[in-house]
Design a protein around this ligand. Sequence first.
Ligand code: ATP
Ligand code: MG
Length: 670
Amino acid sequence: DAMSVDSMTAGLDPEQSAAVAAPRGPVCVLAGAGTGKTRTITRRIAHLVSAGHVSAGQVLAVTFTARAAGEMRGRLRELGVGGEGPPVQARTFHAAALRQLKYFWPQVVGDTGWQLLDRKFALVSQSAHRAGVSTSTDSVRDLAGEIEWAKGSLVAPEDYPAVAARLRREVPMDAAKVASVYAGYEDLKSHGGDGMLLDFDDLLLHTAAALEEHSAVADEFRERYRCFVVDEYQDVTPLQQRVLDAWLGERDDLTVVGDANQTIYSFTGATPRYLLDFSRRFPDATVVRLERDYRSTPEVVSLANRVIGAARGRIAGTRLQLIGQRAAGPEPEFTEYDDEPAEADGVARAIKRLISKGIAPAEIAVLYRINAQSEVHEQALTEMQIPYQVRGGEGFFNRPEVRQGISALRSASGRDDLPEESRLGEGLPALVRAVLAPLGLTATEPSGAQAREKWASLGGLVQVTEELLVQDPELNLDTLLVELAARAEARHPPVVQGVTLASLHAAKGLEWDAVFLVGLADGTLPISHALGNDPSANNDAAIEEERRLLYVGVTRAREHLHLSWALARNEGGRKSRRRSRFLSGLIPEDSPASRIAAPPSKKSGPKCRLCGKPLLGTAATMLGRCESHPSDVDEALLDALKSWRLDKSRELKVPAYVVFSDTTLTAIAE
Ligand code: ATP
Ligand code: MG
């Protein structure tokens, strides 16, 4: 009715309002960053519910991160959607699938139990070992990535070599070998211990299969959910689309929003083709294009337009120019540094200045291409006593006690003897504490360095639980496990309080007052493997995806935007890097980038055990040597660990900064 349309479209522009007020049925919003896509779908849900087209509980909204899902639930609560009844389900594909699978599993599979596989590297490594393929950290990571791509693209192991050849994929090794590691990995999962192990993609596969093959399940599901909304639709994988199709059945109550220029997850199989083909699939669809950018100053918007305007081989239908709506702000700044420590130092100082001007640390982000770049920035921020939060937090999840803790929580989630109320809304932290107590989470801090460290790490799990509860008051043990697994995979990020350090991939959909895009050097953005050594591979596509990453980065800034790069990686290192090719044409000719050579800082971080050079965030770092001395360290460490295993009474002496790689841990376990 007119009144509810009015209230739900208040503060929206005419195009946004058209998408909100469109009748039931397919709706597609194709628009650039910051144009209000996420805001529009939230209002559309509110409108559909308040106009009585669906009840809140019948809406399933899919977002890209758990944080985005929490924000959407929060906004819907503020809009008063749903009242006392069941609320709108806003979840990631994985969380939604997990929930459904738990419910339908006994009906479609029966008594065989299953567990969520929270880290797949160990199993991939085992499979690689069996297949006679290198189990180095790099190799296992490449293989795991390739398996993720294949599963997301619905490519079975036996089809992998042919598909890889057809797509001219740059494969990490002989495609037949990849296929055999992939097949071996699937095999290990289905025969792992008691019951099956399911990875994230299996959650989706099993959910789709349950609906496709069991009409009773499909009927029950489709009775329950009647209206679907998908944010960030440009990055949906064929596997996720299959789940969505299974949810929909013959119906068409689907609203999607996306920006093909922000497709940045191709490595998982994600593709913008479903977004771009939407109106072909649903000829009656209401299609809306938005051009006004409400997020960023005209200066930032203009830079974003230039970044994406330079894209080659643009996808048809994406020629959208953003038009800034906000008042003018400062020009974006470009800064060149001598080396990475100097860059980190310069960025930390600039952040300090912004904070002293009254910008909250939580409104500032440092964004980089790869997680390893965080280390040098963490150090610089620490030295300047600026609070920060790294999205991902991989180091934490690598700790053995944290892994044990998560696996204890997983077994607890399958137990019926836990009181139901302690599983839902304030009871959860207490439940987590109780489960972790036998592993060393005593009520008071224990004595002894090792016990204390373990205690603190286990306490960290309780803290994470509390943080997640703030975002999602409905969090329960099952969804907590999904969140923990997601964090362990360093994909979905934690809550932010201080300055956010995040990869560009993790920054999607988010916004900050001030954004620092760091490491804009060729080889980092675009990343070296996008430049490729294989001339027959499709490198243009990889480079264009890197350009879209820069576009995503630029469009995260509301007001202050700083772009920087370093000419060398190490302090005083050889100046061997060039600024990113994407910056040419963006820096005004008459005002060249300011060049700041920060004074050499007295870094107190870890030094190479052989030559004393500071260590950077590479795998070698973790083992205590620098780039020039990376060899044979794993073996030496392994020997030390093996002898330690035989004689556990001895204290193991390794430097505090050593982090065990998955390969090492697997080797120790065997
Ligand atoms: P992205 O592509 O990065 O996900 P988006 O298109 O989803 O961006 P939103 O996050 O929904 O954009 O909106 C960007 C910002 O603009 C938000 O702060 C939002 O509140 C604000 N905004 C959106 N629409 C309007 C409007 N009509 N008037 C004022 N502010 C708006
Ligand atoms: Mg959005």
